[in-house]
Write a protein that binds this ligand. Sequence first.
Ligand SMILES: [Zn+2]
Length: 383
Amino acid sequence: MSNAVHANDADLRSDRRVTTAALRAAVAWTRRDSEAYAWRELSRMTGVVSHVLGPGRGPAGPLDLVRFLQGPLSELLPGADVPDALGNLVLLDRSGELTDGAVEVGCEYTEALFEAVDDPAQQWLPSWAWQRAEQVQRAVFDRLISSGNTQDYTVSRRFLIEHPAGDERELVELRNAAGALPVAHYDQIPPDRVYGNHGGTWWWPCPVCRWPMRVNGESVECGYSHHDARFRLDVTEADRTTSPRLVKVSPARLRTPQAREADGARCVDLAVWRFVTVPGVPELELERRLLRVGGVDVRMWPDLDRVDLVARTKSGRKWEIDVKDHADLNTIVNNAPAARDVVVPDYRRAQVRPLARALPDKRVWAVSSFVRHVRKQTGEASA
Ligand SMILES: [Zn+2]
C-alpha cells in the first residue's frame, strides 16, 4: 500500500510514536559505548513501544527491541495500513550501525514523545531523532524570522542549500560574497565521510546535494537514496596517489566529484543537511527550470517562507507553489501545504494521483509536468 493515505488517525499516531521510539532506541544503541545515558534511553524507548502495543505484544526487553530494529519496522508497527516506505524501513544494519534509511525516512515520523523538561535525552540525542523538520528549520532561522528581514532569510537559506560543505576559508568568502548570515554551525567532516591514504585525508561532495558522501570500504555514496549518487573508490590508485579517484557505479547522469582535502574542510550537521539542504535541492531545481522557461520571474520563500516559491509571468499569471519531498504521503496530507500548487520531485511522481485525491482543493504536479504547464501558459500568453 505504498501510496495509501491513512484513513485512521489513531493508527497513524501510534505508528508515529513507535517509529520515533524505535529511531531513538536505534541512535542510543549506536552510542551505548560513548554515552552514559544510552542504556537508560533504550529502556525508556522499550517502555514507550510496549505501552503503545499493549500487553503481550512487542519487545520483551531492550535487547529484544534492538533485534527488532535490525528487521523491517512493519514487525513492530501496530497500524494495519503501513506505507511501504515505513514498513520496509530497517534502522540498524547487521553491524549495529544506523542505516541511511533511518535518517532518510525515519525522521519524517519523529515527534515529541515527552515534554522538553521530561526529556533528558534531548541533551545528547541528535536533533533529527526527536525534533520535527519544522522545529529544526525554525531553530536554524529563528533569529532571521524574528528580525523579519526577508532578504536576509532568503539569502541565508539559499546558502545552506548551495554550500552545505567546503573548505572553511572558502565558505566564509562565499558567504560574505552572497550576503548570507552564519545561521548554522559548520563542523569537521564526520569520520565516516573521510578517506585516508598516504597523501592525506579526503572527502567527496554528493554531486546533487554537495554534502560529504559516506565512505564505507570502497563504496562512496550519498545517504539520500534519491540522489542516486553511488561511486566506488579506485583503490589501487587511491593507495598510491595523493588524490584518490572515484568511479561512478550508479546509472544516473551525474558528474563524478574530485577528492577534496578533509583537513580544513567543514560541513553543516546531519539535521541541517536533512531538513534544510535536502528539501531545498528540488526547490532550487524547480526555480532553475522555471527561470529557463523565459519571461518567468521567481521568488523563493516569500514573506519568510509563507510558501516555497511564487512564479509570475509578464502577463500577470501567478502561481504559489510548495515543493514536497516526503516518502510518506501522510506527512504531506497532515501538514496541508499552504500553496495552491503542490509539486513533488520527479522521482516521487507516483504520489501525484493519491495526493490529488487526498488534497482536493490543491493542484498536484511532478516538477517536470509543472514546468511544462508554466511553459505552455507563457507560450499561450505571448502568442
Ligand atoms: Zn546527496
